[in-house]
Design a protein around this ligand. Structure first.
Ligand code: HPA
Length: 242
């Protein structure tokens, strides 16, 4: 999803290698640089490439962009990921907004933070994706006539895609979509008091819901094809934060 907002005014880039605490991106098709500039008159930093638990990163490494965004004074952290569709209507090519998530990674991202550094020690997650922000995202989508479903995201550890039996279980648990990214970012953003929005590009029906086997190349191709629409949506959304 790292090609969204490709035209920034007055832009400059910093490769991740030059940012202290930033590991270089490792996944093919994922870039590794920070772009700073204005999008539709709004100052943004765009992280092109993210870190994943399935690369063997720690939750704190995965959340490095969130900490940097907070340190730079960001007022909102917006993320986007490819995802498999589970719910009715979560079809390949469509865009969706995360209303809530279910953590299926097997561990809690904040468990890696020493207890004495956690304030509060147990984090409330009841409105991890603030209703007021989601309302703005939906308003922006309407204004550019881009259909935007809202649903619950299941996040798995990866790197295996789910089995059909796991997808049936996720569906019964209330998930409309599944991906392997974004959980650590959302949890750390919440812990840091940085409001967050999470968009999904549904790149495939999750395993067992279509006859097609899952392939990273197909996911990349679908994600790429949706980039223009995601950019238009973001360009309509950003001015609503000013
Ligand atoms: N499962 C998990 N992650 C994904 C999928 C999927 O089906 N599609 C894109 N990312």
């Amino acid at each position: 999803m790292s090609g969204a907002l490709s035209r920034l005014d007055g832009a400059f880039s910093v490769p991740y290698e030059k940012l202290a605490g930033f590991p270089a991106a490792r996944v093919e098709g994922h870039a590794g640089r920070l772009d700073c500039g204005d999008a539709n008159g709004v100052p943004v930093v765009v992280f092109r490439g993210r870190f994943h638990l399935y690369e063997g990163r720690t939750p704190a490494e995965v959340a490095a962009p969130v900490r940097l965004a907070k340190a730079l004074g960001a007022s909102v952290f917006i993320q986007a990921s490819a995802a498999g569709g589970i719910g009715k209507g979560f079809l390949p090519g469509s865009l969706a907004l995360v209303r809530d998530h279910i953590n299926f990674t097997g561990s809690d991202p904040l468990a890696s933070v020493p207890m004495e550094k956690r304030r509060p020690p147990f984090l409330d997650m009841s409105e991890a994706y603030a209703p007021a922000l989601r309302a703005r995202a939906k308003e922006a989508a309407r204004s550019v006539k881009i259909p935007l479903k809202e649903g619950v995201l299941a996040v798995t550890h990866g790197p295996t895609y789910e089995t059909p039996a796991e997808v049936r279980r996720l569906g019964r648990a209330g998930a409309h979509a599944v991906c392997m990214s974004g959980l650590c970012e959302s949890v750390f953003a919440r812990a840091l008091g940085l409001p967050t929005l999470f968009f999904l590009v549904i790149t495939n029906r999750a395993a067992g819901l279509s006859r097609k086997k899952l392939a990273h190349e197909d996911v990349l191709r679908r994600a790429e094809a949706a980039q223009g629409r995601l950019s238009r949506l973001l360009e309509a959304l950003l001015p609503l934060f000013q």
